[in-house]
Design a protein around this ligand. Structure first.
Ligand code: ACO
Length: 337
């Protein structure tokens, strides 16, 4: 591996010191969905790679999932919640309109030293969050940051719409980023992008300021997620390939240097098409969409946590996290794990 450039000219690196995830117990299989809408296990499996998804019960909220994932990440990092200085929760299914989901996580963890906020970048939320926390650490401002991706998408799912209800699941994943001064491991480079032109392709429109709860909705479907999957399918593949190639070029690396690509799990076919174009062999691509469906901002940290716990990546391996989602938003982090 060449010596990747250090964009921040910083003596510090933001190292993944701990990771964790939390998945609700309740499972909804494709066969069960086929009893609710006109679909089949065969259609869902061949079009998406999803076999089942985990869904929250009415007592499990986004902050609860986020807190449980965070506890595991903090323990894995051998830290206490009181060591955390900033908490970023990436989510599009927040606990409430306000205060932030992150406030509830800070309270539940008793992380009194931390300031905190939510970040709404849909499926790209976690990679966006890592990029922000990385900057606070590399600037020397903080030593320990907690970045969480947590979603309860099934609470904004229209269970009568077969084109969207088959796709989503609930869960949370988290990492602790720790400042290191040896320059050996950590996030090497992050690149983030957005294009508001296609916002209508993926959205949930009620109840913000455009469609407040005080006004009758012109379309009752606006309380649910709406997706025009076909419209973004090709764009998702193109953006993943372009972003990964940009990261490699920027850092003076080649695809052969990469041990594992951990993509947002939006559709197995999208990921498979992208990695084919990147010339990455299957064993260097982590897939767990069959078990969880698309969990938006939670999917990358859940996959990262599973990949590491299964021993598929070890300290020092070069990995790429990449995501694409509503906004549209997309981005990637290249990391010496
Ligand atoms: N079961 C059976 N048939 C179905 C189902 C279903 N669950 N859903 C749709 N169909 C039908 C359609 O009605 C259509 O029938 P028609 O040809 O008679 O009109 C046919 O199947 C094909 O529908 P498409 O929507 O074109 O199917 P496609 O192959 O594109 O797969 C999918 C749909 C899985 C949604 C895919 O387009 C996709 O994954 N897109 C990307 C989604 C994405 O980007 N997600 C990430 C962002 S999500 C976020 O940000 C929260």
């Amino acid at each position: 591996m060449n010596n990747p450039i250090n964009d921040f000219h910083s003596p510090y690196r933001a190292v993944i010191a701990g990771h964790g995830s939390y998945i609700p117990e309740k499972i909804l299989t494709n066969e069960e969905l086929a009893e609710m809408v006109d679909t089949s296990d065969e259609w869902i499996t061949t079009r998406t790679g999803i076999k089942k998804r985990h869904i929250t019960n009415e007592n499990e909220s986004t902050a609860f999932l986020a807190t449980e994932a965070a506890k595991k990440a903090i323990e894995c990092a051998n830290l206490n919640a009181q060591d955390i200085e900033i908490i970023i929760v990436a989510t599009i299914t927040p606990e409430m309109v306000f205060p932030s989901t992150a406030s509830f996580v800070q309270l539940a963890l008793k992380a009194e030293k931390a300031w905190c906020f939510d970040l709404a970048a849909a499926c790209s939320g976690f990679v966006y969050g890592l990029s922000i926390a990385q900057q606070f650490i590399q600037s020397g401002r903080f030593k320990n940051a907690l970045v969480i991706g947590a979603e309860t998408l099934t609470k904004i799912t229209d269970w009568k719409d077969r084109s969207s209800c088959i796709l989503f699941g609930d869960g949370a994943g988290a990492v602790v980023l720790k400042r290191s001064e040896d320059g050996k491991r950590g996030i090497i480079y992050s690149t983030m992008h957005a294009d508001g032109n296609s916002w209508e392709a993926l959205n949930c429109q009620a109840y913000g300021s455009r469609y407040p709860s005080s006004k009758k909705l012109d379309d009752p479907q606006k309380i649910y997620m709406q997706i025009k999957g076909r419209e973004v399918y090709q764009q998702a593949i193109r953006r993943i390939v372009e972003t990964v190639n940009h990261c490699l070029d920027h850092c003076g690396l080649t695809i052969d240097d990469i041990k594992m690509l951990i993509s947002h799990q939006m559709n197995a076919r999208i990921i498979e098409s992208a990695v084919k174009r990147l010339n990455l062999p299957d064993e260097k691509v982590f897939l767990n969409i069959n078990e969880y469906g698309n969990t938006s901002a939670a999917s990358v940290p859940i996959a990262l946590d599973e990949c590491a716990r299964q021993g598929k990546i070890k300290r020092g391996d070069l990995i790429i996290l990449v995501a694409f989602g509503a906004g549209l938003t997309w981005g990637a982090n290249i990391i010496e794990f």
